[in-house]
Structure formats: C-alpha cells, structure tokens
Design a protein around this ligand. Structure first.
Ligand SMILES: Cc1cc2nc3c(=O)[nH]c(=O)nc-3n(C[C@H](O)[C@H](O)[C@H](O)COP(=O)(O)OP(=O)(O)OC[C@H]3O[C@@H](n4cnc5c(N)ncnc54)[C@H](O)[C@@H]3O)c2cc1C
Length: 1004
C-alpha cells in the first residue's frame, strides 16, 4: 500500500504548511492516499509563529514577536479545535486540552493618542455569545456598509449621551457639498416615502432609510440611488465633523470617539463613492489607505488617528520598516475589509491571547496530531532550491541541505514544562519547543553549540552535513510550499525566472522586518504605573509601538516563588532595513542586529517608557534595571542584557505586507502555475491578503483542497464566479463580486450569436507613450496597466484613433450608419482581481466621442463603451473633436501622408504595436459587469499609410496630459502615425462571457 501512496513533500512548518498537512490527512481516505513528509530547517516548527523555551532562564517563553489571535479567525480556530479534540480522543498529553483552555478571550485594548503629548484611549471591546471558529455568514461589502450606518446611528441615538441629538436634522438641500439636487430629493422621497425636502432627519438616518428601501442587491440599484447615497454620505461626514465643534471643546474621550465616528463616516462615503459595495474591496487596492481616506475628505487628524495607526501597527504596514507617514503602505481595500472583519465579525472576543508560547499552544498539537497520523517530520532539512522538471511545468527536483545528523532514531523535539493552575499547583504538563536544538541528540551538536550556529539563519557559515536532491516520482509527487515569501527569491529562483506571475508576485508583494522585546519584571503591571489593566497597547510611540501585558504566561513558565515575575511585557514593532544587507557569508550579522535592537530598545524605553510605566523610573528619569528578573548573570551593560530581544531580518521571517497594487499580484494557493505545486502561506491570495494566522490557515486549506481535488468550505474566501453557474445563496458565503445575474442572457445560444456588427473603419491612428500614473488613472476601478515591453516601466501606451465609421450595421442588414468616432484606448490592461488574471492582456476603450446618437446608445447599452456625444469636424488632413455642449475642443490632429499605402505587415515598426490593436476589449457595462468584446480590424487585410501627425490634447477630458505631440510616420517608429483602412467586425454583445472563456482557454 505504502508504495501506491502519493508522496507529498511539505516544505516548511509554519501555520500555512501545518494547516495544509492537517487538512490533507484529515480523513482515513486522505491518510491512506497521501504519504506526507515535512521538511523543516532547524529544530522546531512554527516559522514566524515559532517560540522557544530558554533552558537557562526558568523555561521562559521566547517568541518571534507578540502574537494574538482575532475572534474572526474562523478557519484557524476551527482547525485548532479539531486538532486538540483529536488529541484528546487519542488520550494524548503534553498539550492544552481544548481551545477554551489554550486561549484567553481578550478585549482590553488601549490606543496611544498623540495630542500635545501622549495620552491613552483605553477601551474594553465587548464580548459576544458567538462561538469562535463556528463559521457562518461572511458579510458582503454592502452588508459592511449597513453595519457602518447602524454603528453611526447607534452612536448618535443610543448609548452615547453626549452625542444624542448632536447631528443636525438636516434640510438636505442645504449647501455646501452635502446638498442634494431636487431630482435626488425627489428620488429619495420616492424610495423612502419621506416628504420632499427630507427635512427632520439626520443624513445618517436618511442613508439608513434609503438603504432599507433599495433593491436587495446593489446590481439592482439605479444611478440615482448611487448619487443619493453619495450625497447623503458626504453630508453625514460633514455633519459629524461639525457636531464635534458645536458643544465647545470636547473632553479627550469624546474627542477620540468623534474622530472614530468621522473615520467611520469617511469609510462609508468612500465605499459608496468608489462603489466598493458593487465592485468589492480589491477594486480599491491600487490606492494607499491614508491617501484613500484623504481623497474621501478625511482630515489629517482622522488619517493619523489612533484607530488608523493601530491598524498600521497591527499589520506592520510601513515600507522598509520606516514608520514616517511617507512609508505607510497598506492597500485601501485590504485595510478596510480587515478592519471591518476585526470589528464586525469577531466571535466571542475581539482577540484571544495564548496561554503559553505560540509554539507550545499551536505547533505542539499540530506536530503530535500529524505524527500520530503518520506524517513524517524531517527536522534539520533546509530547502536550498526548487528546480523545474524538464518540461518546465512542474517541480522536478528539490535540493535540500541536511544541516545536522540525529544520533539515533527520530529527533525528539520537546522539553516538558509544567503549567500551573491559578493556585500554583501543576495542572498539566506542556511539551514545549526549546530555544535551541537539543545538541546532545545531534552528532554535530557539540560543534554547533561551540560555534553558536543558528540553524534558522540565512547568514551562516555552517556547512551542511549533506546536500540531498529529492526527485519527482521517486521521493515526492506533489509539493506544498510553506516557506514564506521573503525566502522565495532564494529557493524559488527557477520558478521566478520561468513564470512572469511569480516574478510579479515577488516584486509586488513586499515584506518588512520586525523587532521584538520581552521583559520580565518584578513589580506587577499596576505597580509599574499602568492604570488600565492587562491591556494590549498599540498606536504608541514608534518603533516599539505595541506592548501587551502577558503576565498570565507566568503560569506556563518555571519561575519559583522567589523570582516569580509580577509582570511580563511583550513589545513589538517594525524594524527599519539597513541601507544594504550584508552577504549571507557574514555569519555575525544576526548577532549584531540583535545587539542593535537591544540598544535601540533601551533608548526607546528611556524616551517613551515613563509614559506607560511611570513607577519603573527612578527620580532622575532612568529606567530601573533592578526591576528586571532573570536567572542569567547580568551582562556588562547590566540586567537589560538578560532580557529577550529579537531582530527579525531573516528573509523567511519578514512580515508579509499588503502594499498597494500587491493584492492582484498574489498567487492563489491552488494556482501556482506549476502542475504539482501548491502554496501555503499568508502571502497567497486568500480574501484577507494580509499577514496573519488566519490568512495562512486559509491558504493551507486551499492548498490541500487543490492537491486533493476536493471541495472545501473556507470561511471568508471570496466566491470564484463561474460563468453559467447559478449563485448559491445557501452557502455560508455571500458572493462578494457583482452577482452574475444576467449570465444566461450573455451566453445566449444561436441564433443570437450569429449576429454581429460590421463597419468600414478608416482614419488616422497612433500609439503614444504616456506617464503610467496618468494611464492607470484613466482605467475604471478593477483594471490596471499590465506589464508590457513597448515602453519603459514609468510609461504605458495609449492608442488614439481618429476614425470615420461607414456602413456600421448588424451583419444581417445591407446598410447602416456613417459617423465619426474618436477612440482613446489603453492596451495591455488587466483585471486587478487575480481570479480574472488568467486572461490575456486586454484593451480598454477609456473614452469614445461620436457625432451620432444611435451608435452612442448601442455602444453604451450593448457593449458598455464609455461613449459621449461630440461635434467632430473631419477632412482629408485634419480631425477636431469638440464637446457637444460647450463646443470646447477636446482633442484634434492634423496629418500629412508620407509614403505608400501598404498591407499592415509590410511596415516593420507596426508589428510592435499590432498586438495592441488585436487585443480583446474589456469594459464595465451599465449593470456593472465586465463585458468582453473584440473589435477586429482584420489587420491581415488592412492597409496602412504612414502619417506624420500633430496631435493636440486640449482638455483633461481624456485623462491625458494636455499639450501638443508630434508623431513621426509609423515607418520610422512604433509610436508613429498611420492612416488605417480596414473592414472591421465586432462580436455580438451577448457573447461576452463565451468570449471571455475562449480567451482564457487560448491564453492557457
Ligand atoms: C513579529 C510578528 C508578529 C505577528 N503577530 C501576529 C498576530 O498577532 N496575529 C496574527 O494573526 N499574525 C501575526 N503575525 C503574522 C503571522 O506570524 C504569520 O501570518 C504566520 O505565522 C505566517 O505563517 P506562514 O505559514 O505563512 O509562514 P511562516 O510562519 O513564515 O512559515 C514558514 C515555514 O517555513 C520554514 N522555512 C523557511 N525557509 C525554509 C527552508 N529554506 N527550508 C525549510 N524550511 C524553511 C520556516 O521555518 C517555517 O516553518 C505576526 C508576524 C510577525 C513577524
């Protein structure tokens, strides 16, 4: 039987990899089918979540950094519960026995508020009766809007007496910006039954009432609904801002609360204005959240408010670990969705603290359960490289360095530490991971110890004992890659070179280093001077901006009555990257980095510590080292050196960021692009797209499901819309993307599909490079410039076509319309939604001006083209487009023919831009769906005549910089002018999805 099993190599042992292995072997069938081996560098599982026990210091817990779980971690908690239950059923010991035993609900949060010096905003986030890890309904963006409005209404109507009645009962016609036009007032009145003027209620109430009377799903909204919601949300934001000013200077608590409400109102406004409720959160991931908030009217003290900074701190959201505002880098959609999930979807408690180290609490149970299921663990196996099979389509070999030799049998990884119950008596024994390998179990142990080798470090001069090459079909069949993103440029070079999607991922999804400090102190937290209980304080002074009181861990460590700490404190924050990292041969770098963190932490404590722990400082303002506890002898610089400090510079330990434009660059766990490779880690596309345990768990589940080819319910994973498949509302997840309601119509069978459009298209055309930022801004939300080689990375091409259309008609009719049509289009575009990125590059018509109404209407309603009416004057050498209403010139060109009219392929420079003219088009149609069409110029037969062109862009209506451009003839440059004469066809608009599927298949 063993030989028939599918051999699965799991590389790495973090949350992602362990969840994948656990899911893959969850059933007897899975265990019978898969032979799973985990390859883990060093001596322990856990990765960024690994912890160790310090043998020299009362088995104190030493973490990579502070870890708490959130109550919304449905998948991670469900897996953990099932793992602990399985161990209990099997009578295993050495772990906590249940989730409730292993985790402590936590709602005590404090936020640092910098306003004429630091003050603190303590809050107790309420518990709720929901069962953590029980799954359930995932809110849609629209549901989140409803939650926001309820939150705002609650704040102004219910438990916040200072605010009751603080919002004006608005006459919504009032200026400024919040004013609704008479048409919109009439629309709101029609929808809600409110009398005209909508006076007597606040704007927040107005939104609430309107929301309740709108069609059930956003695709049913009409433009006036959107406009009314936008205007009302602007007004609500303004009213909340003004309510702040009305009652004189508010006290600190009220001020903080009002800033929070203003933030909520800004998010409400932004989500409405950017139609996030329709297009989903990913659609705004090209924008940084601080900029997004500012664009939607947030004042600087809202953008820099403790609540916003808390999320930056939680997600280490700063490029290169630099905490100044210019390095803030969290994509708007990830930020908002993550915050909403945190505040609106937690179960039981907003956070859970672990009762022991993360290694002991999470990875010991995983190790034990997997071991019992027959999963093999190969510690001291460091993956050096993934190599592709000869066909380039799968992983063919895995090169692994064996770092050390286990003396006999399997490596036994645990040290047993008693866990004391509240009265001090041992309640159970925990099997814990040590901070260092058990050297006595290793042949090379003495030397490793003598040289102080860190087997988890890339900066090492340790020579591996052996280098193994695992071969596909011999040692493994399938691979689950659980090594984190920061390590991939080292181990996955071949994959990155072979697949642009991999290259894009490692380029776009950035990582940052982190630092941590743990202190064991004699006085209790209250005696140190902190008044707010066992808080998690965040948004405090950078860079150690987060502190959690972890005193409860004392029960899991082996202190005696004489040296038991009164307080255990974990600090954490971003760690700025050095200007240049030394080469990996510099084995002393990690120790130097740790020493630097220790020094820096001391300075930080001297500067900022007294504000949180005033009583830990002596009369001269110095931190009292005597407060520190350790069983290690003090170093030359005193007791400070006996505490625990950590510089997480190691590539695979770097925190995975969610910078703008990175969401769409993430690969899905089950779509690695290589046949036998599955991805497990918080760096994949999951629906969270941020570095956290839940994202890693979701990714592990998806990787296992992909490998096994089995369906799996992953809470929070966004629905993958499958054309033609009805939307199943009975599933726990509601669809996040626009519902594909008209899918049947779009897939209409013959005879409709035999109907298509025809025209003769002639006119001057040119492809020009423009600044990429301008071009990106021209694209509708949900589309972005795709990589291309025609221009450098700072630019992107745009096509202008000054056309005359003749005999435009459905193919069945003998005659049609003649008109002028100017087209501005962006080729090499793609969807930001990774689920739609398996399409070839697309062209997006961003503006079309026509001088005839029927084709405008057909274009808008049939194809979703952004067509507008214009006055166009065209003759044999010039073409002028003017706004139909104002008569102001928008764009014009004049041209001189240079050379003969020839077949397109006879002009060599044209070949570089030809793919752009042949790309399928994508637009967003009137009901919000992506619509695909192909305007086929039949370039095989088309004629081109080189033109020298003068183009004048006289208005910002196209989104292009205004000015005069001279283009040489196409015969001289791909960015040259040409006169095109072609017979064109355009597909039947009802075939949009069919076309998309065809493009997808062809592209594959
Ligand atoms: C300081 C800090 C604080 C955090 N706080 C929180 C928090 O409070 N809550 C939260 O939810 N998340 C938190 N996170 C994020 C969380 O730790 C990660 O999202 C999660 O651990 C990622 O798991 P992973 O499986 O994707 O990757 P990793 O944990 O990085 O796992 C990678 C695995 O691969 C192994 N490996 C790497 N290279 C090799 C190699 N060459 N050969 C063999 N094995 C290899 C590693 O040892 C490890 O076992 C924090 C992260 C940091 C850094």
């Amino acid at each position: 039987m063993g030989d028939e099993k599918i051999r699965v190599a799991v590389l790495g042992g973090g949350v992602g990899a362990m969840t994948a292995a656990f899911a893959l072997t969850a059933t007897p069938e899975g265990r019978a089918k898969y032979d799973v081996t985990v390859y883990q560098m060093g001596w322990r599982l856990g990765g960024k979540g690994a912890s160790g026990r310090c043998a020299a210091d009362a088995a104190r817990i030493e973490e990579h950094g502070l870890h708490v779980w959130s109550g919304f971690y449905d998948n991670a908690i469900a897996q953990m519960k099932s793992c602990l239950a399985e161990l209990q059923d099997a009578g295993a010991d050495g772990t906590f026995r249940s989730f409730e035993e292993a985790f402590i609900p936590h709602g005590n949060i404090a936020l640092g508020d910098m306003n004429d010096g630091w003050s603190f905003w303590p809050m107790e986030v309420a518990r709720n009766p929901a069962e953590p890890g029980s799954g359930g309904t995932l809110l849609t963006p629209w549901d989140y809007l409803v939650e926001l409005v309820n939150f705002l209404r609650g704040a102004f109507g219910g438990d916040a007496p200072v605010l009751v009645g603080a919002l004006p009962e608005a006459d919504m016609t009032a200026e400024p910006s919040g004013g609704l036009s008479p048409e919109l007032i009439a629309h709101v009145a029609h929808r809600t039954g409110l009398t005209a003027g909508a006076a007597g209620i606040s704007a927040v109430d107005g939104i609430y009432r309107l929301m309740n009377r709108l069609p059930e799903t956003p695709p049913g909204f009409v433009q006036a609904d959107h406009d009314a919601l936008s205007a009302l949300s602007r007004r609500a934001q303004q009213d909340i801002r003004q309510s702040r000013l009305s009652g004189g200077a508010p006290d600190a608590g009220t001020r903080q609360f009002l800033v929070a409400l203003e933030l909520a109102a800004t998010v409400l406004r932004g989500m409405i204005e950017d139609r996030v409720y329709r297009h989903g959160f990913d659609a705004i991931d090209g924008e940084e959240i601080s900029q997004w908030l500012a664009r939607h009217g947030a004042r600087p003290d809202v953008v820099n408010s403790p609540l916003v900074r808390a999320v930056y701190d939680y997600a280490f959201g700063y490029r290169h670990g630099l905490t100044d505002p210019s390095h803030r880098a969290i994509a708007a959609g990830v930020f908002i969705k993550g915050s909403m999930r945190l505040f609106f979807t937690y179960k039981g408690a907003i956070f859970f603290k672990m009762r022991a180290g993360m290694g002991d609490t999470i990875f010991t149970p995983y190790y034990k359960a997997l071991n019992a299921r027959g999963v093999k663990f190969r510690f001291f196996h460091k993956v050096r490289a993934l190599q592709l099979a000869d066909d380039g389509r799968a992983v063919g070999r895995i090169v692994v360095d064996r770092q050390a030799t286990v003396k006999s049998g399997a490596y036994d990884p645990f040290v047993r530490v008693p866990y004391r119950s509240d009265d001090g008596a041992p309640a159970l024994d925990l099997d814990c991971w040590p901070s260092e390998p058990f050297y006595d179990q290793l042949v090379e142990g003495a030397e490793l110890r003598r040289r102080g080798v860190n087997l988890e470090s890339a900066w090492t001069d340790w020579t591996p004992v052996e280098t193994l090459t695992l071969r596909r079909g011999v040692d493994f069949d399938e691979v689950i890659l659980g090594i984190s993103l920061g390590g991939l440029p080292d181990v996955a070079q071949e994959l990155i070179a072979a697949d642009p999607a991999w290259k894009r991922m490692v380029d776009k999804v950035e990582t940052a280093a982190t630092q941590a400090m743990q202190l064991w102190l004699r006085p209790g937290t209250r005696a140190l001077g902190w008044e707010h209980g066992d808080s998690i304080l965040t948004a405090y002074a950078d860079e150690m901006n987060t502190w959690a009181d972890m005193t409860h861990l004392d029960a899991a460590e082996a202190w005696g009555a004489e040296d038991r700490p009164g307080s255990i404190a974990y600090f954490c924050g971003p760690l700025p990257d050095p200007v240049r990292f030394p080469p990996y041969s510099d084995a002393g770098f990690p120790a130097r980095a740790t020493a630097q963190v220790m020094e820096y932490a001391r300075e930080w404590m001297a500067e900022h510590g007294a504000r949180i722990w005033p009583d830990a400082f002596d009369g001269k303002g110095g931190f009292d080292d005597a407060a520190l506890i350790s069983r290690q002898p003090p170093g030359p610089a005193g007791m400070w050196e006996t505490q625990y400090f950590r510089a997480n510079y190691e590539p695979t330990e770097r925190y995975v960021l969610s910078v703008p434009w990175s969401t769409s660059a993430r690969l899905r766990a089950d779509r690695s692009g290589f046949g036998n490779l599955w991805l497990a880690g918080d760096w994949t596309y999951t629906g969270i797209n941020a570095g956290c345990v839940e994202a890693a768990a979701m990714s592990g589940l998806r990787a296992a499901a992909g490998l096994a080819g089995l369906p799996v319910d992953i809470v929070g994973e966004e629905a993958d819309p499958v054309p033609g498949e009805p939307c199943d509302y009975s599933r726990s997840e509601k669809p996040m993307a626009p519902v594909l309601q008209s899918i049947r119509a779009q897939n209409s069978p013959w005879p409709w599909s035999s109907l298509y459009g025809m025209a003769q298209t002639t006119g001057a055309t040119v492809t020009l490079p423009f600044p990429r930022d301008h071009v990106a801004a021209m694209l509708p939300a949900g589309l972005e410039p795709a990589p291309q080689t025609l221009t450098g990375p700072a630019e992107h091409p745009v096509i202008l076509l000054f056309a005359r259309q003749r005999n435009v008609r459905p193919n069945q009719l003998p005659f049609g319309w003649n008109y002028c049509e100017f087209i501005c289009a962006v080729p090499w575009a793609r969807h930001t939604d990774p689920r739609l990125q398996d399409l070839p590059p697309l062209i997006v018509p961003t503006r079309l001006y026509l001088d005839s109404l029927p084709p405008i209407l057909l274009g808008i309603w049939g194809y979703g083209f952004p067509k507008l009416r214009a006055t166009i004057c065209a003759d044999l050498t010039s073409y002028v487009v003017r706004d139909a209403k104002t008569d102001r010139e928008i764009v014009s060109c004049s041209f001189e023919r240079e050379g003969a009219e020839v077949l397109a392929h006879q002009i060599t420079p044209f070949e570089a831009v030809r793919p752009a003219y042949e790309m399928a088009m994508v637009t967003r149609n009137r009901i919000g769906q992506w619509q695909y069409s192909v305007y086929d110029f039949s370039l095989g037969q088309a004629l081109l005549q080189p033109l020298k062109m003068e183009i004048r862009i006289s208005s910002d209506a196209l989104g292009l910089p205004e000015g005069q451009i001279t283009a040489p003839p196409i015969s001289a440059s791909p960015f040259g002018g040409a006169f095109l004469t072609s017979d064109a066809t355009i597909n039947n608009p009802l075939q949009s999805f069919e076309l998309r599927d065809m493009l997808r298949k062809r592209h594959r």
